[in-house]
Design a binder for this molecule. Structure first.
Ligand SMILES: [Zn+2]
Length: 244
C-alpha cells in the first residue's frame, strides 16, 4: 500500500500542472459552454435540469491529486445497459480503519442504489472486484492526510478515480452534523452521495441556499448549513445531472 501511495504522490507532483489546467478548462462560465461539453461527454444524454442561480460554477475549492483520468476520457468508461448508465465500483480499505468493512460495503451499496440517490440521474452502481470505473475507499485519517489534495479531517475525491471516505467521519459524523441532529446513517448517506457527486462531475461546491430549504448534496454539509434550513443526504432535483 505504501508504494501505491508513493506512486500517487509522484504522479500528483508530475501532473499537477496538467490537472490544474484541466480543472480550469472544466470550470465553465456559461450554460452554453457547459451544454457543449456535455454533448461531447455523453453519448446518450440524460435530462439535465438547468442549474439554479446559486450553483454558479465557482472556482474549484479543492485540488485533485493527479492521476490519469480526465473528464474528456470519462465517457469511455461508461456502460449503457437498457438505457441506464452502469457505474462499476470497487470498495477498498486504506490503513488501519475501525469501521467494519463488510458493513461499509453493504451500506455503500445501499446508498448508491437508493431510489432517492444518483439513480435518479439515470445511473446504476454495480460493485466489482476488477474492471472498476471508480474506487470507493474506506480510509484512516492518516492515509487521507498524505493524499495530495485531501486532509485527514474530512472525506475526499481525487482525480485518480478515488472516492475516499474518512473512517472517523463515517463512524462519527462531524461536529456540525451532530449539532444539527443528523443521524449517523444519514451522515453516511450524505458523505457517500456528496463524494460520488464530485466524481460524477460536480467538481465545485454549492455555497448556499437562495431561499432556505434543504441543503443541496453538493453543499459541504460536513462543516455547516450555509443558510440552508436542514441537512439533506440526497441530491436535489436540480443536481440530477452527471458528466459520466
Ligand atoms: Zn466536497
Amino acid at each position: 500500500m505504501k508504494s501505491v501511495k508513493s506512486l500517487l504522490l509522484i504522479v500528483a507532483t508530475t501532473v499537477a500542472l496538467a490537472s490544474v489546467a484541466t480543472v480550469k478548462a472544466l470550470n465553465f462560465g456559461a450554460d452554453t459552454e457547459k451544454d457543449e461539453l456535455l454533448k461531447q461527454l455523453t453519448s446518450e444524454p440524460i435530462s439535465i435540469p438547468t442549474p439554479t442561480d446559486f450553483e454558479r460554477w465557482p472556482e474549484p475549492v479543492y485540488v485533485y491529486s493527479g492521476g490519469t483520468n480526465t473528464a474528456s476520457t470519462a465517457d469511455a468508461t461508461g456502460h449503457m445497459v437498457d438505457g441506464v448508465k452502469v457505474i462499476y465500483y470497487k470498495t477498498l480499505v486504506w490503513g488501519d480503519v475501525v469501521a467494519d468493512f463488510s458493513d461499509f460495503k453493504a451500506k455503500v451499496a445501499e446508498t448508491l442504489n437508493d431510489s432517492r440517490g444518483w439513480v435518479r440521474a439515470g445511473l446504476k452502481f454495480v460493485e466489482v472486484s476488477s474492471g472498476q470505473d471508480v474506487n470507493v475507499i474506506l480510509s484512516d485519517p492518516a492515509s487521507l492526510g498524505i493524499t495530495a489534495g485531501c486532509s485527514s479531517e474530512l472525506s475526499c475525491t481525487t482525480w485518480a478515480n478515488q472516492v475516499i471516505i474518512n473512517d472517523v467521519r463515517w463512524r462519527e459524523g462531524t461536529d456540525a452534523s451532530r449539532a444539527g441532529g443528523m443521524s449517523a446513517r444519514d451522515y453516511q448517506h450524505m458523505v457517500v452521495n456528496h463524494e460520488m457527486g464530485h466524481w460524477l462531475g460536480h467538481y465545485s461546491h454549492i455555497e448556499g441556499c437562495d431561499a432556505g430549504g434543504p441543503a443541496p448534496i453538493m453543499l459541504q454539509q460536513s462543516t455547516g448549513l450555509r443558510g440552508c434550513d436542514s441537512f439533506n443526504a440526497w441530491p436535489l432535483d436540480f443536481e440530477l445531472w452527471t458528466l459520466r
